[in-house]
Design a protein around this ligand. Structure first.
Ligand code: GDD
Ligand code: MN
Length: 381
């Protein structure tokens, strides 16, 4: 029976798997442990390699997710797949110093703590070779985190930490599961003051493979903060969809003006082209941001654009008709106008959520110990 489960989210980390296992093996002697790789269907065969290794070592397990993305939701599903009383989260690229694990476990047990964070920002810790830009971003992210995290911790953005199982079970239903920052999500989701410990460590340099931290991760971080701040008052996805709609109005006008003034096209044609341009840009932005986790690519993108335009065309008819009705009912012009827009947008959002960005048929395959069901879809709020 493992006392400690190490959850390792992976996306194309094949070359790091065996070195990581060797390091865990030597760091964790005397501890009953298991490691659960949660792989989002890496194209380099990470999952296949882990599965093969698990045949000769029952401590090694794999959860493979198909059609899904996201570090945080991967971590949560890994935790759901184990019964170990202590859960550590660690990157699969050797940047987190595994030699700290026994001390983290020891500290959690002896102090009866809920969380032990491996911190880059306390005595004994450092960010290692962070670029200037990344340090700045990390600092900014940390400042923003204060709005949602009611705990005074030095490194709320750390990707390396250990939790007690009771805390995990306490918060799991309230997690947003969005983006990269699962620790912050956990801290912000708890409804009581937590007992937290911190240990310093130096963030290592990646030797192989590449970082998946990109602009989208920044966007997802903002989403996480928004979700935590607003709770269930406003679905974040709808807020983004609406925001993209507002940008679309700008795109529309930016096309309409020049076409109208500088080309011989009739106003109607200019308006038609501007509408088309705005629809395409809305589709692309939603595909990139709002539905980042279900992004359509290649041929699926062309099909998606078609369903998106069709839905929006019907949405426009609904918008016009409702506005007209409200006007006839004697409401002021702006109420009628806004009413049309709101109902039209809700229609567009609902219909495109179903037909354009259908929820990934999330499947989780696992090899290894007990059949705990882990195919819970968290990201899709
Ligand atoms: N399953 C899954 N799905 N794994 C992912 C995904 C994903 O969508 N994206 C990244 N990973 C895995 C990577 O394969 C790696 O094992 C780990 O998550 C961290 O990803 P990196 O791309 O290497 O992130 P980083 O090094 O820039 O940042 C990490 O360290 C920071 C400091 O602790 C992350 O853990 C940050 O959250 C953390 O702040
Ligand atoms: Mn990394």
């Amino acid at each position: 029976m493992p006392e400690l489960a190490i959850i390792v989210p992976t996306l194309n980390e094949r070359s790091n798997v065996e070195p990581l296992l060797a390091r865990l093996e030597s760091a964790l002697s005397g501890i009953q442990w298991e490691v659960i790789f949660v792989d989002d269907d890496s194209t380099d065969g990470t999952a296949a390699l882990v599965r093969q290794l698990s045949l000769s070592d029952p401590r090694v397990r794999i959860v493979q997710r198909i059609g899904r993305r996201g570090l945080s939701s991967a971590v949560v599903e890994g935790m759901l797949a184990t019964a170990a009383p202590y859960l550590a989260v660690m990157d699969g690229d050797l940047q987190h110093d595994e030699r700290l694990l026994p001390a983290m476990l020891g500290k959690a047990k002896s102090g009866n703590l809920d969380v032990v964070i491996a911190s880059r920002y306390i005595q004994g810790g450092s960010v290692g070779e962070f670029s200037k830009r990344r340090s700045l971003l990390s600092g900014l992210g940390k400042k923003l985190s204060r709005f949602v995290c009611h705990h005074d911790v030095s490194d709320p953005m750390s990707g390396y930490f250990l939790l007690s199982r009771p805390l995990f079970e306490e918060v799991v239903h309230n997690l947003s599961g969005l983006g990269f920052k699962i620790l912050l999500d956990i801290l912000a989701s708890s409804r009581r003051p937590l007992r937290i410990g911190e240990l310093g460590y130096t963030f290592g340099t990646r030797l192989s493979g590449e970082s998946k931290l990109d602009t989208a991760v920044g966007v997802e971080y903002i989403l996480l903060l928004a979700d935590k701040l607003m709770g269930d008052a406003l679905p974040v996805r709808f807020a983004l969809f609406a925001l993209v709609g507002v940008v679309g109005v700008g795109v529309h006008l930016a096309i309409l003006g020049p076409l109208h003034f500088w080309t011989p096209l009739s106003f109607l044609w200019a308006q038609a082209l501007a509408t088309l341009g705005a629809m395409i840009s809305n589709f692309l932005l939603n595909n990139l941001i709002t539905y980042h986790d279900r992004r359509l690519r290649g041929w699926a993108m062309a099909k998606g654009l078609a369903t998106f335009c069709a839905a929006c065309a019907i949405g426009a008819v609904i918008n016009f008709s409702l506005a007209q009705l409200l006007m006839l009912a004697g409401l002021p012009w702006y109420t009628a106008g806004i009413g049309g827009i709101v109902v039209g947008s809700v229609w567009n959002f609902g219909v495109t959520a179903i037909f354009t960005w259908r929820r990934g048929r999330g499947m989780a395959h696992q090899a290894g110990a007990a059949g705990v069901n882990s195919s819970r879809v968290i990201a899709a709020r």
